[in-house]
Ligand binder design. Structure first.
Ligand code: PLP
Length: 380
């Protein structure tokens, strides 16, 4: 079956007990057992809950993997994946990854004896050179946040195979509608379902998908042992969001293309970072692994922080906020918001300049989005 059909039906057969067409929200912590020492299908909701199982099955299907697991946030999924490792293991990660992931690696997991090296994976040989005897995991995002760099999943997966390390791809920016990393050699896909998958900025959640039975068995053990699981209501909301993922992503694609063209022509804009431009330096990789360029873009406004503040203040349709992937358009200033925890020197080295603005283009009428940006530009 094709994508939208799976989004609406996978894991969501009508309820056996009542015939309910919509997956019921099983608000229960525990389940009656057939007898002492005998377990039914469900025992305790940290271990498994039917609403969560439906979501996990649907997510696996959409990522074209065999196994899915749902978590209480994207970072809960990330933390649980990193718990596959042991003290002394080495991780190679992209240098332009989600700020919270960087903070988790550097400020939390380093204290537990894990080692991290950050490299620019746009050039796969940088990853290859960073491999050590104890490298067990490679962590990439593509496109990256907020610079929209593209990483070649297939090339990195060849390196991870040779090193016998797991390749994990954070696929949050693309959603399973636009990119399926397992198909290009990734071992585990991670999502913040808070973003496009949920799609309505009304929940926080995370997920993993893998094809590897051994990895899944260990992740499932960790999901229960660590306990960072979502409640049934959040699982229901993610399932509801998933049903419209395909139509939403089509509109995100379309709107972001028009907004990026508008920005590229504006005399107030120094540079637009958008993976959909035909002259993108990695257009071949884009074509191979992505089915659309998504709703995210960044641009550099000519001028300093004062100008940026004035510009953002004028906007009426775009909301100044962190996060992304919802139906509504959001705009933010990475240097003072999402990436404020990255030291300025490191930010500048990476290319996150003080005049960079990140946009999550929503699914409103694009004419209103363009008019809103025009209004803002008039003030700077
Ligand atoms: C938001 C985000 C995360 C973290 O997810 P939470 O649900 O906020 O914990 C991880 N990776 C990317 C790319 C994100 O955008």
């Amino acid at each position: 079956m094709r994508f939208s059909t799976r989004a609406i039906h996978a894991g969501q057969e009508p309820d056996l007990a009542t015939g309910s067409v919509t997956t019921p929200v099983y608000f229960t912590s525990t389940f009656q057992q057939p007898g002492p020492g005998k377990e039914g299908k469900y025992v305790y909701s940290r271990t498994a809950n039917p609403t969560r199982s439906a979501l996990e099955e649907c997510l696996a299907s959409l990522e074209e993997g065999r196994f899915g697991l749902a978590f209480s946030s994207g970072l809960a999924a990330t933390t649980t994946v990193l718990m596959l490792l042991r003290k002394g293991d080495h991780v190679i990660a992209g240098d332009d990854i989600y700020g919270g992931t960087y903070r988790l690696f550097e400020q939390v997991l380093r204290n537990y004896g894990l080692q991290f090296t950050f490299v620019d994976p746009q050039e796969p040989s940088n990853v290859e050179k960073a491999i050590r005897k104890n490298t067990r995991l490679i962590w990439i995002e593509t496109p990256t946040n907020p610079l929209m760099h593209i990483v070649d999943i297939k090339k990195i997966s060849r390196i991870s195979r040779r090193a016998k390390a797991l390749l994990v791809v954070d696929n949050t920016f693309m959603s399973p509608y636009l990119q399926n990393p397992l198909r290009h050699g990734a071992d585990i896909v991670v999502h913040s379902t808070t973003k496009y998958i949920g799609g309505h900025s009304d929940l926080v959640g995370g997920a993993t998908v893998t094809d590897d039975q051994k990895v899944q068995d260990r992740l499932k053990f960790l999901q229960n042992a660590v306990g960072a699981v979502p409640g049934p209501m959040d699982c229901f909301l993610v399932l509801r969001g998933l049903k419209t993922l395909a139509v939403r992503m089509e509109r995100h694609n379309q709107n972001a293309r028009i907004v990026s063209d508008f920005l590229a022509k504006s005399p107030k804009v120094e540079r637009v970072l958008y993976p959909g431009f035909l002259d993108h330096p990695q257009k071949d990789v884009v074509k191979r692994q992505m089915r659309g360029s998504g709703g995210m873009l960044s641009f550099q406004l000519i001028g300093g922080f004062e100008k940026i503040k004035r510009f953002l203040k004028q906007l009426r349709v775009f909301t100044v906020a962190e996060s992304l992937g919802g139906v509504e358009s959001l705009i933010e200033h990475p240097a003072s918001m999402t990436h404020a925890s990255v030291p300025r020197e490191r930010r500048l080295k990476l290319g996150i300049s003080d005049n960079l603005i990140r946009v999550s283009v929503g699914i409103e009428d694009v004419e209103d989005l363009v008019a809103d940006l025009e209004r803002g530009f008039k003030q700077v």
